[in-house]
Design a protein around this ligand. Structure first.
Ligand SMILES: [Zn+2]
Length: 567
């Protein structure tokens, strides 16, 4: 978490303030009068950026994170109130509705499921069935296709379960997996060089969805995801258990959920996986399997026993919507039909397990903060003296917390033809708690958005940092991934720690620990929302640069997200 600071902390602290002072006047010019300021990106951009006020950001967060909105879970009343608020805001700024049938909302349907009862038994060499303990040894995922999963099959351990031909990596080589239950390590190896699983391929290959689709195609009927030491740091098993009461959701299209939702699934805790291996009479343990996989050793083996996994779920139909507004391009622009998209997810976790007597997961930082920024970016566009070359869509999406579902729906059913979507700038990185000297745009280096990010950071006198923690797989963990997966440039904007003092770093870490997916993620009246406003200025200038560039934003020739032969 400590990318090299590009310059001293004291200089970094002064520069953004100087910039603000320079462009706060009515007739704002770029701070140095040179070509590096926001006005080099588009005339009037300095004034539009400076007009993003911390009070406005704070006010949106205050409303969206109010207890009255009950944590904004997709399908619940609180989310619908938030959606009405956002639509009203966009209308008031003079944007055009870009949802279904000339309205602001793009409606879609989800199937939700909660596990009601679950059993996982393993047959020992002597023939007796040994039951693992639910929520200690294993966590059962509801099977959304049917509601009931009941599978018995021989167990095969398949390492990470990854097939990546371009890295000559195939964990499934030579295995007949039809009718089998596989034991799969969660996540993916992470290399430090370009020739072996750099961060983005690692994140994509490590995602459960990528693996599940591959395993389903090979005839697998059940998946036991094995928690690893790395996953335990990123997403502890105990946290997964405490959030499981909220269930799972999938998109419904023509009455159907994706085929992968028919696979029976459970997550094994590390002790649970060890218990299963021991019950099967195997000498391996998670620590040894994980260590071998880290050494890049493929060592699949049949456990020589069967498991029985039965998961009963309660299913329900959930109706929710994305909110979408359009700021049109300048009339006569040759690329007026193209769209740069700003996204932020409006949903959060709703009402959950009480923490300190508080059951409402308000989601101020996650992601009322991102929504507030996108709203103020929209307002800033309306303050520019001229419209951009490309149209700009503002999409406040639902069901991100359920697996990036709202953005997936948006990309599959865009308000314009899909080829017209040229870039996504996503805001979902939590509330910045100190005035940053560094910003980041994860995934931007896959595309020309990297140039836009560099211009935007430079225009604000900020440095541009990289991914501080690739094991977190941030590039695939929010809505920009729905765009990247479809071959559309996308980026996750954030602030970085570069140039931060020890005290600021500690503050940021403590804030995240106390707030991330916790009931205590409240709006705070005494907090300084200036850092959030600075991040919004970066987001504005990045997206504006993409909207103004003469050539169409595009993936770079070596991008992982370009369609590849054999994929
Ligand atoms: Zn989020």
């Amino acid at each position: 978490m400590s990318p090299e600071p590009h310059r001293g902390a004291s200089a970094g602290r002064v520069l953004p303030l100087l910039f603000l002072a320079a462009c706060a006047g009515a007739n704002a010019a770029s701070p140095s009068g040179g070509s590096k300021g926001p006005d080099a990106i588009a005339p009037g951009a300095a004034g539009a950026a400076a007009g993003i006020r911390p009070e406005a950001v704070s006010a949106h967060i205050r409303f969206l994170a109010d207890d009255l909105l009950e944590g904004r879970a997709a399908g619940e009343r609180g989310f619908d109130i938030a959606a009405a608020y956002v639509a009203s805001q966009l209308q008031g700024m003079g944007l055009e509705p870009a949802g279904d049938d000339g309205g602001w909302f793009q409606a879609f349907t989800l199937r939700g499921g909660r596990t009601r009862a679950a059993r996982l038994e393993v047959r020992a060499p002597g023939g007796e069935a040994i039951a693992l303990v639910r929520d200690r040894d294993f966590l059962a995922r509801p099977t959304l296709a049917e509601g009931l999963a009941d599978v018995t099959g021989p167990v095969v351990y398949v390492g990470h379960g990854i097939v990546a031909p371009e890295y000559t990596w195939d964990d499934l080589a030579g295995l007949d997996l039809r009718g089998k239950v596989v034991m799969v390590l969660s996540g993916a190896p992470l290399g430090t060089t370009r020739d072996f699983f750099p961060p983005i391929p690692s994140a994509v290959y490590g995602s459960p969805r990528t693996k599940l689709e591959r395993l389903l195609a090979r005839g697998v009927v059940g998946v036991l995801w094995v928690q690893t030491p790395v996953r335990e740091r990123v997403n502890p098993f105990a946290n997964q258990v405490s959030h499981a009461s909220q269930g799972a959701m999938a998109l419904v299209e023509n009455g159907l959920v994706p085929a992968r939702e028919s696979v029976a699934q459970a997550v094994l805790s590390m002790p649970g996986a060890d218990a299963l291996l021991a019950a099967a009479g195997r000498p391996e343990r998670v620590s040894t399997l994980f260590a071998a996989a880290e050494r890049r050793e493929h060592g699949p083996f049949a456990l020589g026993t069967e498991v029985h996994l039965r998961v009963e779920a309660e299913l329900r139909t959930v109706h929710t919507a994305n909110v979408v507004g359009l700021w049109r391009a300048a009339p006569g622009s040759p690329v007026a039909g193209e769209r740069v998209v700003f996204t932020a997810h409006l949903d959060h976790l709703g009402i959950g397990k009480p923490e300190n007597g508080d059951a409402i997961y308000n989601g101020a930082s996650d992601n009322a903060a991102g929504v507030a920024n996108v709203l103020e970016v929209a307002r800033a566009f309306t303050r520019l003296p001229q419209r951009p070359r490309r149209g700009v869509l503002f999409a406040l999406v639902s069901a991100e917390e359920e697996g990036l579902l709202g953005s997936e729906w948006f990309v599959a059913h865009p308000p314009v033809r899909r080829e017209a979507l040229v870039a996504d700038v996503n805001a979902d990185s939590g509330l910045p708690v100190f005035l940053p000297r560094e910003v980041g745009a994860l995934g931007a280096d896959e595309s020309t958005l990297g140039d836009d990010a560099r211009r935007a950071a430079a225009a604000l006198g900020l440095s541009l940092g990289g991914d501080p923690d690739p094991q977190q797989a941030f590039p695939v963990r929010s809505d920009q991934y729905s765009f990247l997966r479809a071959g559309i440039p996308g980026t996750a904007t954030r602030v970085g720690m570069g140039g931060a003092t020890e005290k600021e770093r500690a503050e940021a870490v403590a804030y995240r620990q106390a707030h991330y997916h916790r009931a205590a993620d409240h709006w705070e009246p005494g907090r300084d929302y200036g850092p959030a406003a600075l991040l919004a200025r970066f987001q504005l200038l990045l997206g504006l640069s993409a909207a103004e560039r003469p050539d169409r934003p595009r993936l770079l020739p070596d991008s992982f997200f370009l369609p590849r032969p054999g994929s």
